[in-house]
Design a protein around this ligand. Sequence first.
Ligand code: NAP
Length: 539
Amino acid sequence: MKKIKVDALVVGAGFAGLYMLLRLRDKGLTIQVLEAGGDVGGTWYWNRYPGARCDVASVEYCYSFSKELQEEFKWPERYSAQPDILKYIEHTTEKFELRKNILFNTKVTDAIYQEDTQLWHVKTNTGQCYETRYFIMATGCLSVPKMPKFKGIDSFEGEFYHTGKWPHHKVTFDGKQVAVIGIGSSGVQVIPEIAKTAKHLTVLQRGPTYCIPGKNYPLDDTYLQDIYRRYDDIRHKAKTGSRGVGLTDVKGTGKSIKEFSREEAFKMMAEIIEHGKGTLGSLFTDVKSDPEADQIVREFLYEMIDRIVEDSQTANLLKPDYPLLSKRYSLGFEYLETYNRDNVTLADVLTDPIKEITPKGVKTEHKEYTFDMIVCATGFDGMTGAISRVHIVGKNSERLKDKWASGPRAYLGLMSHGYPNMFTITGPGSPSILANAVMSIEQHVEWIDNCIEYLDRNEIKAFEPKLDEEDKWVQHVTDIVKPFFISKGNSWYLGANIPGKPRVFMPYPGGLGTYTEICNEIAKNGYQTFLQKRSYVYE
Ligand code: NAP
């Protein structure tokens, strides 16, 4: 079959793929972007369920590379909804004329490295074949929905949806008996929306989740003009700070929660929530790791649940029994309040587990429910899901799947030893989703772009991390996360939500600013931690 030759092949047309395309195209490289979806947007193309929004402030959850773009798109809300985020991505695509380099409805199936030519051969599900020097996975951290494997799932006769693959047609809940399975960030967002119009909503909860009430509000021109004036400073703070945000990163107390009286600590936490500024995790130094400190925060949150949720049995069911910061908690908008509605029931499927899906609904050990619709908000095969679904073969015919069988091994989350010239944007071992994802993406794209410029300038044909440097990085990620609850949580950060997936903490927990400094230093020193091959020998 005839191969289409390009300089770089990028997989994915979300925030990451689009910016990568723009940077490389501006260098004069020939680029092909391949996208499985029918249009641009990535996560924001697929996750179009009612209530979907980003809980990072919109004025920060957007590109910073163009001042003009930054100031011409009017974000309507503090936490704008999915249709507005998608509109922003489409607007960016049109503005920079990116669409012509993207092939939609096309999945990459195979990517095989050719050691003789130092090129990647890439195949798609539509039968196309490409030959490329640079193979770049911009497939996102949460792009493979996790469908629960209940017995009888295909027999259900009603409507069946996953939040992460929501249909394009209008879905109505009016007059319907609806079930939601899953109460992570997606469930917390979709539940209040369904409850508004469903005849009855039953939330099938396995483990409860921490949900902090969020403060959303419309943004007016005065607010936006003020942001535009301060943007340079906000972005600087975002890029040098740990979480990729410059606006809401309020200074913590720098003290243990135990240095305050219970009343003082509760008051400070209530204020943080009331004003929607900052996070409970950054208010005190020890909430991330000290069980006693965590217990104080938990008691505060339990009191909050008791205050909001009228039925005490439901309130008790909504109280998680694990440390707050052992998992990602959600920002909720009328989530807890939804359980006060007459048409909403919380069912505990931890003590009464789901046995099977029947043609008419759900059977648990002790009950049988009838539903017109089941909505799964059951999460994703995070970080490695999309990468491991491509048959990637590197040097010595090694499959990436085999190399990563006991957990992903990558250097800086950017490259993996044995896979020259293959880059991953927000890959495992990078801050990615532990920071504002758009800032993580910009940092990666710019680093890759500069790296490619260096490779081309120096006529380096093959470039990959040294194995010992990769090993050290993987160990470093494991070591720095160890003291914190997050290293042991039952979360997708560790692959704990996917049966059989190795439990390895995947994102880099040291903060975006620190990570950026490390990456920049490596580049400044001539990429000495990488093997660099000009002709047939590594230097
Ligand atoms: P998630 O956090 O992994 O939550 C999945 C939920 O499904 C959990 O409640 C889980 O219960 C439940 N579940 C999974 N399998 C089940 C089964 N077989 N039976 C019963 N319950 C089952 O997934 P998510 O809510 O989609 O969120 C994933 C990530 O997406 C978030 O952490 C976040 O990074 C991102 N996200 C962000 C936003 C935002 O506002 N920025 C919004 C949505 C999503 P257990 O806890 O018992 O396992």
